[in-house]
Design a protein around this ligand. Structure first.
Ligand SMILES: [Zn+2]
Length: 444
């Protein structure tokens, strides 16, 4: 294939080490016409690529952040743009990664204008659970990679929110109430997603007994939330302060000498249809050494299996039955998509029409485009959480790609005010629609 020869001939160094450091000292005002310095990571658009071209760039270690219709975004500094030019591509400046900060005096426990650190999030979850024992139960569902290595790290927390009756909020798939499960910040640098998950928890707790819709929901449904799947990664992101680090993967650095590009992509590490993504430990989509190799992956999968009954047969073509229950959403950024299974193949999922229908109902709130990987980002993914939740358990599963691809509220690092002003409000209704559908997601 032509691109392989070109890549080999160009001798591009793997790793693209400068891209993910976020270490560039930024001037106060980014130049909208381009990067403010040669070492500032920015978003470049590269057009006219085939799916296999994109896969090659990922395998080489380029940070392919977003794709649509043959155009991809690649994050990196000027040296990365030069590497792309050496391969025959024409990168064009798209947008800055870092947005102007409205708040410069940092609050304790926050970074980049107000985003909460992992420690602050954990303190908040404990506070909510302690103050609301009739509505919440907090679970430790597993350890981060660093914790398994006795190198610090974190527990991974899940909160169950419902009007707790006897037997509710137990980790048993045979529950009286149907369930809506939500996870966020599996990719650490998708920083708005954790904040949205926290607002969802707080909104439900505050609304019980005062808001009819919330009260009805919590009387009939269990809502479970993991606000931060990848706490080690979020610690790395937050360590950059006003210039957050672009860490996507977990903190497992055992697979190779990658400089700042270590880690396993937890959304390529799930056990369902694992193994067709990057084998380069330095790539942003590195799938790990084996299916479910990472403790964060196992924590989430075991948690999903403990909550959702197995409702689907073994064959790819087996539909979940019309009376199946439960909905799962994994929050990612960015692109304003609601993505339905399958991710690993462009064959339609057996419940395709039903998944699209619920996707469209959610889109009435956030306006996001509904479709499969093939319809939206245009590439296949293997070992993703949504394919696992639907494929193994038959849960109606969706990936939200939160936020636009450009501007102050776009990309991985939207200005903090965007969370409160647009990203949370536009998604609150979509999450409510998902939760209300948990009893019968396939019947419309
Ligand atoms: Zn993501």
């Amino acid at each position: 294939m032509q691109i392989k020869r070109r890549l080999a001939a160009a001798g591009v160094a793997l790793g693209v080490a400068a891209a993910a450091t976020g270490a560039a000292a930024l001037s106060a005002q980014a130049d909208p016409a381009g990067p403010s310095s040669p070492t500032e990571p920015v978003t470049w658009t590269v057009g006219g690529l085939t799916a296999s071209d994109v896969a090659e760039l990922e395998q080489l270690g380029f940070d392919v952040a977003h794709e649509h219709g043959g155009d991809v975004h690649i994050i990196g500094d000027q040296a990365v743009a030069d590497d792309l030019r050496a391969l025959g591509h024409t990168p064009e400046f798209h947008d800055t990664v870092y947005k102007d900060l409205e708040v410069t005096a940092q609050q304790e426990g926050t970074y980049y204008g107000g985003y909460r650190t992992v420690d602050a999030i954990e303190a908040h979850l404990h506070g909510v659970a302690d103050a609301n024992p009739a509505l919440t139960r907090l679970y430790d569902i597993g350890d981060s990679w660093l914790k398994t290595q006795n190198e610090g790290g974190h527990d991974i927390y899940a909160v169950c929110v419902t009007a707790i009756a006897a037997g509710d909020c137990e980790q048993d798939p045979d529950s009286a109430k149907p369930r809506f499960t939500l996870i966020a910040q599996m990719h650490a640098r998708e920083i708005a997603t954790g904040e949205i998950a926290l607002r969802w928890i707080d909104d439900l707790v505050a609304g019980y007994g005062t808001d009819t819709e919330v009260t009805d929901l919590l009387d009939t449904t269990e809502v479970w939330v993991v606000p931060v799947v990848n706490p080690d990664g979020v610690d790395i992101v937050a360590s950059g302060g006003d210039d957050p680090i672009l860490q996507r993967k977990n903190a497992n650095d055992s697979a190779g000498n990658c400089g700042s590009r270590f880690g396993v992509d937890l959304n390529r590490n799930s056990t369902f249809e694992w193994g067709a993504d990057s084998t380069n430990p330095c790539a942003e989509t590195y799938q790990g050494s084996a299916a479910g190799s990472e403790p964060e992956t196992r924590a989430v999968e075991d948690w999903l299996r403990s909550l959702h009954p197995d409702q689907r047969g073994e064959a790819e073509s087996d539909p979940a039955p019309d009376d199946a229950r439960d909905v799962f959403i994994t929050l990612h950024s960015y692109g304003e998509y609601i993505i339905i299974p399958w991710g690993y193949t462009d064959t339609a999922a057996p419940n395709d029409a039903q998944l699209r229908a619920l996707g469209k109902a959610m889109s009435a709130s956030n306006g996001y485009f509904v479709g499969t990987n093939d319809d939206t980002v245009g590439y296949s993914t293997s070992g993703t959480t949504d394919d696992m939740a639907y494929g193994e358990l038959g849960v109606a599963s969706f990936t939200f790609e939160v936020g636009p691809d450009f501007g102050d509220c776009g990309g991985f690092f939207p200005a903090y005010s965007c969370v409160e002003d647009t990203l949370w409000p536009e998604n609150r209704g979509a999450l409510m629609t998902a939760a209300q559908a948990a009893a019968a997601p396939y019947t419309g």
